[in-house]
Design a protein around this ligand. Sequence first.
Ligand code: FES
Length: 328
Amino acid sequence: MSAKHYTFRIQRNRKGPDGRIASRWVDYPVSATETTTILTLLEEIKGDQDGSLTFRQSCRSAICGSCAMKIGGRTRLACKTHVGSVANADGVVVVAPQANQPVLKDLAIDIGPFFERIHKIQPHLEDGPDTDAVLEQSAYDQVNHVTQCIMCGSCYSDCVMAEVTPEFIGPAALAKAFRFVSDPREGQKRRRLEQLSHPHMMWSCARCAMCVESCPKDVKPMEAIVKLRTRGLAKGLDAGPGPKHALAFHQDIQQTGNLNEFTLMMRTVGILGTLEELGTAFHLMKKWKIPSPLPHKSAGLAELAKIYEILEEHPLDVETKAKEVVPE
Ligand code: FES
């Protein structure tokens, strides 16, 4: 494979005398084959062009998670990403530090706030009535899937909810929570789900699926979050706008096959909450985004009713196909 010319456009970040980070973009020409990794080329730039370039790396094997950074607009592991897969048509590769986290210098971020969120999740099974339960293969598969997370922070960096709500615990911590909630041996599932029902926890996810896209280990944190919500509702934890919104969706689709957006807000946040959102409603009306106030039913409702019948009989089968992890 022959070498090509690329331009690395790297965001350089330095703390100024006022303590604030000042950013600038600097271009570095490199020559490489398409399958050369971004990390290899960053090291080449640091070695041959500018020794002050700062970034993190350790294992070089997509295991430690320390080289996660924004590459081509998405957070990726530099040691796993081939330059040919992220360069634009002009051969430019844009590299920046992870988003939603404080920058220390150049591409290195302060990982403290990310791990503060992770530490909110009790990191071991807790004693309780289910302590002696058997971990069958299918339950093990589910538990094991989320433990593939390497805590690289990519999901948190690309999370749109973390961008607008810094208090949000984030996808990685919620995936970690699911590891324990989904374990049949966990003795405090309900207490964990109660904690996860608090503001800025599992119901704050906007389900944009960016975490699914960016996870280098295919952990699919958003799917874990949806499963946590299902388990919370199955335990009767339905207070607050998040569960109410989900239940209103459920009710509408089950009964008519359509979402009644006209009454959805009222059923989610009540009269006072709806009054607070009137400005947004008027804005949408000005754009002619007006839901029909008249109830109408979709075709094929009988088919839908059959699906709901099965789901309501076995609420978790849709996620696990494992009879041994259906809640007690
Ligand atoms: S250097 Fe360890 S994941 Fe990239």
